[in-house]
Unconditional design. Structure first.
Lengths: 625, 369
């Protein structure tokens, strides 16, 4: 009997492997740029023609290869990156299979030019997997790989290539992704003679994002830095109120490697719950840092996915990390532009246990320039114009009042400025000085002085957040205080409303509303919660029942009945705009707001707080340097 | 208009009216006092459109007439003047002179000042100031200050031939007091709902008058006595049926020392929640046990020996309500009655002749789970 099984000739084996690794020009670009990064390049230049269908050229200034290595690199399973199984578990390079170059070479005309430091250059030409030439050449340290006529010998695959524009887009996306993971490396992408990307080496992800999408996009982002159970999460996420439907960007990286993962994204979205409207998803740029062995990168032919040993721990760290960020003042909008600064956080930890320092500095980092010296007017310059010729003793209407003392540099401001970037984090207890004076404007907003400027609080939004979290907490602890009424309320309901009330009566009661059927479709309410002195229990309950019956974008996103009730109660029961508040009431609202988990966001995806930094004030008054 | 008046009379008149002048108003004339000189008196009036006050003080009127003057400035001037005052008006300009001091103020013509409600005192109840004062001071505090149920913002005042009663509540606690009155005329019983602010003026200006005449028109009520008149707009009824909610079968009763009770509750209140102020009271044995437990804050407990032999009961209250009601109790001992954790409790004074029929009640705070 003839043997049925035989070993494939190498060329065919490479072509089959190429089927998995090389799908389109963008996959070639990915493999080549990854090789360049593995070679320690500080600058990578990518040129594509015709979306890469005609030519792809990737040049780097990495360590290059000697002649022997250059030849070896074209062999299957030839790699300098892994020697043992243990190496694979601890892999920190992007490549590890030794498959990319032979696979690409088997379906294209490839020219490799490379030189080591102080070494001669080598040119290797491979056509359709066949070594065509090996020769010396002159070049400086680094490697250039040119891939022409992709799939020239596999017409079936060539047919699947899309338009030049589509393939170019995919290449831009690929280079962008790699560039985000390696902000310290400069990237240039030339597509058909047009510069599609030009990214100089950046200090961190934020700066790189600004270089790719512009400072506005970067300004909408807030830094995440969190470590939990060995999982480090850093990066940037979008401020809830900046997020708009359909404009989301998601980039996930683990140990410097990009990956896609729906449930990690879902974990991030969970963190945003109640801070963002339904159907709006924030942009995410997350960098996970896991110990060796915790992540298996060898599960997907194009390395697009990874496997986590402890997936729940990863998802928890992502959710918690983002939540912690959203709990911070940086997640609120501010008056004035936020431009990314020099010294953008680099997203590395000094030590895993240490709280990430740049989170603390974030307000300054993202504000309008912290740590700068302010130039005040010359102290000897009178700040008030003197009125020449004014008759002593008579002050005409409109005449400025003479001051006894000429103002110099305001001491308080100088202190603030000197403190510079050492201004401690803005968190609730230190947020306000002792006995802060709060000022209610238009019976709607509360204005309060903080250590670094001003905060404007929307009283209704703030109270919504407070009521929501307090009720959720009371649901958890199992009890809630409720005021018995001298004159019970009777509500006549529509049939639909009545059946909703019957359904949620138990939860309503745990929310503090003792409701009983009262014959027909009426209910009687014996006791009500009392969240503030002007609480209109009847109106609140009526509106809650209507919302629960008709549904709304607010409550439709809720996962549990308890959440539904808590959301609608918070929305309907909170202090309204237009309600006058006393100093004490404002103070209490503040304390309760900052006792919540997400004090800076109401439950509709709006901010509760807008900040106006002293720096911004200085800027507007022309005081800043 | 021109008249001379002693500084004291001017100050007294202005002081009486000042309370009726709104601190902020969109209608400028309301910040003014109406001054009318005629015969041997000057009448000063102020209004916030809901409540109006006018006072008559003696003066030497040289030329009758009327003007309105900015209340605050006039009061400040009166306070600083050295002696008796001559006040005259020429057009809208007011001249004030005293000793060697002269002031000029801009007034507004009298016809810009809103007309006072017309109330006919021909048919009036004749009451004493102290009786009114007693009712108002014990009841009107309990009216609601929320805007959610306007009717509860008023004090119910029930007048009949033999007695009068005031009731006020915010729906969580209630105060009620009844006093006997000797009425001369045969008048039909009425229920009036009056804003506590107006009652405050009545108490202040007429509380010591030997006789206060009270009369009403369709929408207003007027009080007069000793040269003072107070008018106010009535709040439209009907008032909720309070009789029905006053417990009649509270079978758990005890008498306690008001001071000791107040002190104990004040201590508990320190660690009560800022929002609900909830404290717990347990009856049983011969003590009243107070306790409070607030998550994230702390706990406290205290026992007060009392005479009690009824069934045990545990009930929660807003400590602020209890303290407030105790503050208004006119006697050293108070009687508390209870029925069940979800039913109203009552507090009454013990052993007073002065205010025999005074009752406060408070609804409990429940802990739902
Ligand atoms: N730009 C480059 N500079 C220096 N050495 C390179 C470069 N590109 C490839 N090499 C060398 O060639 C080898 C083969 O590259 P190839 O991409 O085929 O495999 P790999 O990167 O090791 O693994 P993988 O198949 O996972 O990408 C690499 O291990 C590396 O030593
Ligand atoms: Mg590789």
């Amino acid at each position: 009997m003839p043997r049925r099984i035989h070993v494939l000739p190498e060329k065919l084996a490479n072509q089959i492997a190429a089927g998995e690794v090389v799908e389109r020009p963008a996959s070639v670009v990915k493999e080549l740029v990854e090789n360049a990064l593995d070679a320690g390049a500080t600058r990578v230049e990518v040129v594509i023609r015709n979306g890469g269908k005609t030519e792809i050229r990737v040049s780097d200034d990495g360590h290059g290869m000697g002649k022997d290595d250059a030849l070896m690199s074209m062999d299957r399973h030839a790699t300098s990156k892994v020697r043992s199984e243990a190496d694979l578990a601890a892999i920190r390079t992007l490549g590890f299979r030794g498959e990319a170059l032979p696979s690409i070479a088997s379906v294209s005309r490839m020219v490799l030019e490379t030189a080591e430091r102080d070494g001669d250059g080598t040119r290797v030409v491979v056509t359709g997997g066949q070594m065509a030439a090996v020769e010396a050449c002159a070049r400086r340290t680094g490697t250039t790989l040119a891939v022409r006529s992709l799939f020239f010998n596999v017409p079936a695959r060539a047919k699947f290539l899309r338009t030049t524009a589509a393939e170019s887009r995919a290449v831009v996306e690929t280079v962008t992704t790699l560039a985000l993971a390696h902000p310290g490396v400069g990237f240039v992408l030339d597509a058909n003679g047009r510069e599609a990307l030009n990214l100089p080496p950046a200090a961190g992800a934020a700066e790189r994002i600004a270089a790719v999408w512009g400072p506005e996009t970067a300004g909408e982002l807030i830094p995440v830095a969190h470590r939990e159970a060995g999982v480090g999460v850093t990066g940037l996420v979008q401020r809830p109120h900046s997020s708009r439907p359909g404009s989301r960007r998601v980039y996930l990286f683990v140990n410097g490697r990009s990956f896609t993962d729906r449930s990690v994204v879902r974990a991030a979205d969970r963190a945003y719950r109640t801070t963002i409207p339904e159907g709006v998803y924030p942009s995410l740029f997350l960098f996970l840092d896991l110990p060796d062995g915790e992540v298996d990168v060898n599960v997907h032919p194009a390395k697009a996915e990874v496997r986590f040993r402890d997936r729940p721990a990863v998802e928890r760290a992502v959710e918690e990390g983002i939540r912690a960020t959203l709990a911070g003042l940086e997640s609120t909008p501010s008056i004035g532009t936020r431009a990314p600064q020099d010294g953008v956080p680099s997203f590395t930890y000094a030590s895993p246990r240490q709280p990430p320092a740049h989170v603390r500095e974030a307000p300054g980092t993202w504000g309008a320039g912290n740590g700068r010296a302010y130039a005040y007017g010359n102290p000897s310059t009178p700040s008030v114009p003197s009125s020449p010729g004014g008759t002593p003793g008579t002050t005409l209407p409109g005449e400025p009042q003479m001051t006894l003392f000429v103002a110099g540099a305001p001491e308080a401001l100088k202190d603030e400025a000197d403190a510079g970037s050492s201004i401690p984090p803005i968190v609730s207890p230190d947020l306000l000085g002792s006995a802060p004076v709060m000022w209610q404007v238009h019976s709607t907003y509360i204005l309060v002085e903080t250590r670094s400027g001003l905060l404007l609080v929307d009283q209704h939004s703030a109270h919504e957040r407070v009521l929501y979290e307090e009720l959720m907490r009371d649901f958890g602890s199992g009890s809630r205080e409720s005021q018995r009424l001298l004159f019970p309320l009777t509500l006549r309901l529509s049939p639909a409303e009545f059946s909703v009330v019957e359904e949620v009566r138990g939860v309503l009661e745990r929310a503090g509303f003792e409701v009983e059927p009262f014959g027909g479709r009426a209910v009687i309410v014996h006791s009500v919660p009392n969240p503030h002195p002007n609480f209109d229990a009847e109106r609140c309950l009526r509106e809650m029942i209507a919302e629960l019956t008709e549904g709304s974008s607010l409550i439709d996103g809720a996962r549990t009945q308890h959440q539904r009730i808590a959301l609608t109660f918070a929305c309907k029961g909170a202090i309204k705009a237009g309600q006058k508040l006393s100093q004490r009431e404002m103070g209490e609202l503040f304390d309760r707001l900052f006792a919540t988990e997400l004090p800076y966001h109401d439950i509709h995806g709006r901010p509760t707080v807008v900040q106006l930094s002293l720096t911004e004030l200085h800027r507007r008054f022309g005081r800043s340097a | 208009m021109r008249f001379t008046i002693t500084r004291e009379n001017l100050q007294q008149g202005l002081g009486a009216v000042a309370g009726a002048i709104p601190t902020r108003t969109t209608l400028p004339v309301l910040a003014n006092i109406l001054i009318e000189a005629e015969g041997s008196e000057v009448r000063m009036s102020g209004t916030d459109l809901d409540t109006s006050v006018s006072v008559r003080v003696p003066a030497e009127v040289a030329e009758a007439g009327a003007i309105t003057a900015p209340a605050k400035k006039l009061q400040e001037i009166a306070r600083e003047l050295p002696g008796s005052v001559e006040l005259s008006a020429q057009g809208d300009s007011i001249s004030i002179s005293s000793g060697r001091t002269r002031f000029k103020l801009n007034g507004l013509p009298r016809d810009e000042f809103p007309a006072f409600p017309r109330v006919d005192f021909e048919e009036s109840w004749k009451l004493t100031g102290p009786d009114l004062q007693r009712l108002i001071s014990h009841v009107s505090f309990a009216a609601s200050t929320e805007e959610t149920r306007p009717i509860l913002n008023g004090v119910l005042w029930q007048l009949s031939s033999g007695e009068m009663r005031m009731v006020a509540t915010n729906g969580h606690r209630l105060a009620k007091m009844t006093l006997p009155v000797e009425s001369s005329a045969e008048l039909t019983a009425v229920d009036l709902i009056v804003h506590p602010r107006a009652l405050g003026q009545v108490q202040r200006l007429l509380g010591s008058s030997a006789q206060v005449e009270v009369a009403r028109s369709e929408n207003h009520i007027g009080f007069q006595g000793g040269g003072v008149q107070v008018f106010t707009r009535l709040i439209e009824g009907p008032y909720p049926n309070y009789e029905q909610v006053i417990p009649k079968d509270n079978d758990k009763q005890l008498v306690a020392d008001k001071g000791a009770l107040t002190a104990a509750i004040r201590r508990m209140a320190i660690v009560a929640s800022d929002q609900t102020h909830r404290i717990r009271i347990a009856l049983g044995g011969s003590s009243l046990k107070f306790s409070v437990e607030t998550p994230d804050l702390g706990a406290a407990a205290e026992e007060l020996p009392v005479e009690y032999d009824g069934d045990p009961l545990e009930i929660g209250f807003n400590a602020q309500y209890l303290l407030e009601l105790l503050r208004y109790m006119p006697t050293d001992e108070v009687r508390l009655t209870f029925k069940a954790p979800e039913r109203a409790a009552t507090i009454q004074p013990v052993g007073n002749e002065d205010t025999p029929d005074y009752l406060c009640l408070v609804m409990p705070l429940r802990l739902l789970s």
